[in-house]
Unconditional design. Structure first.
Length: 101
């Protein structure tokens, strides 16, 4: 079976091809942004999560293995994890600012 366009892009990203990363971003930017907004309702957080996601794809490109599911599903699952982590960080920083009695 021939690799999909997404799989070819991932292979190129592993070879440090930034244009491939930009192409992958362009393919999924709208979908992932809308999904992030659906999950958290904050545009700034959605944008930050999307940026974080694609930075992680680049930084961890050698370990990015979406072969067990589609690249799209892998990106969406990873975005969910990032948003969950961001929510936990916000929650922890909010509670740490509460003065003790």
């Amino acid at each position: 079976m021939l690799p999909t366009l997404d799989e070819r892009l991932i292979d190129q990203i592993r070879l440090k091809n930034r244009q491939a990363l930009e192409h992958l971003y362009a393919r999924y930017e709208n979908l992932l942004y809308r999904y992030a907004l659906h999950l958290n309702h904050h545009p700034a957080t959605a944008e930050a999560a999307l940026t974080d996601l694609f930075c992680r794809v680049w930084q961890q490109r050698l370990n990015f293995e979406p072969h067990t599911e589609t690249v799209r599903a892998t990106l969406m699952r990873s975005l969910e994890q990032i948003l969950h982590h961001m929510k936990e960080e916000t929650s922890v920083s909010s509670t740490s600012k509460i003065p003790s009695a």
